[in-house]
Write a protein that binds this ligand. Sequence first.
Ligand code: XMP
Length: 489
Amino acid sequence: MPSQPLDPQWIGKTFDDFLFRPQKGISATRAGIPLRSRLTDRLSLELPIVSSNMDSVTGGDMAETMALEGGLGVIHRGQSIERQCDTVGTVKRSHSAVIEQPRTLPLDSTIGEARVFARRHKINGILIETAAGSGILAGVLTRRDIPWDRSLDVEKIERFMTPFSRLKTGKPDVATEEAERIMFEGRIERLPLVDDERQIRGLITRKDVRFLRERPFASKDRKGRLLAGAAVGCAGDFMERASALLAAGADCLFVDIAHGHSEVMQKGIERLRAEFPDTPLVCGNVATGAGARFMRDIGADAVKVGVGPGRGCRTRLETAAGVPQLQAIREAWCEVGGEISIMADGGVRFDKDIFLALACGADTVMLGSALSGTDEAPGRVIEDPATHTKKKIYRGMTSPEAVMESLYESNDADALEEALATPPEGQEIQVPYRGSVVSILHRIRGHLRSAVSYAGCTSLSAAREAVLQDPLKFLVPLSEAARKESYDR
Ligand code: XMP
């Protein structure tokens, strides 16, 4: 495996420089072709697509939908720690198999109170605690236990509930499959989770588990909650932010700065690693093999590759810094491929670019503009009063507009000073409104499966295994005429 020298044929090359030579197809149908790929050693995605940590791309709705569709959303850091944590918490609670803080009533409540409580919170099963605030499970009262006869409303619930001694419960860290088995065998709808002191630590319901089972591709943690990523920087309040985000439930941190191959990044990762040794860290951005090696050596679990290819970027225009994206991905693979995971970030304009990125070295692909303009991306739809065409705003995170908004939000004096001293390397553009991101993700999934089939394989991982050692054997370089023939439509 790596480190390998970079074949000079990669130099200067990016997505539109190659087509993929079709191989003999061996898959009867494209429909079920698996696309699983690893985000880090411990996290993998059924759809290897990650939405950018940008304030015009990933807020709560995008992160939730990305995870439900098998990808991952990375909640941006251009906002206060509280707001970013709130969003992470919302994603983790949404569609969760485990309700972490179930609603409870104390044992001395009346049936009348339980009736009102169940209706107000729209719940079918109430956990009963021994005394208000004790957190100790005394029993469960379901709607079916509540008598129709209103004259019984003054009665205490203890008479009607199932007491702890007759309840089936699970341990706080029970796996979803085990919880499902217990509920199925006991013919019960809900499983309270309690610790050795009978303290209530959560609740699993069959309804929630079923919802997630209907979405087999969803990206979930061990407890069946949706995965959520969150971005942090390397200076200012980043340690406080990281700690708060992890407490809010973030599954991985994206340590994201413009120039990742830097001492600032090294110091940042050292501090994060020391404090949070087990947290998956996806670090970037870099654009060279040396940058990828540096990330591996300082302890990153994944390296994010891409300097300046993004639609909202002006870095290459303003500073000349950058490496054509396919070359950068290949350089990274030649240095660290198979050792740490590689995420290609930026520059994807067509779905074929995603397959090329994956076939040439990336394990996952981050998308910004390709997912912007959707209902799930933050920001309002703007309608042109004359033409009635609908648009949304997409902007680089170092565009003047994004910088000003994030400074206003974050109260970070260091960040303010740095921003005022640095001219923008990002810009704001309008993109067409495109409805729900779900249809875009379905399209990407379909096109990736077709690409795998054209590559003569039955899974993305098999295609990558076949191609990654020497992609140039499979790639057809394009002349200007061939590029026109391929892309001019
Ligand atoms: P796409 O091409 O998918 O790119 O829209 C998304 C990626 O662009 C990066 N990004 C920036 N790069 N200045 C830059 O040079 C910026 O202001 C900026 N904002 C975002 C980022 O890596 C994102 O994922």
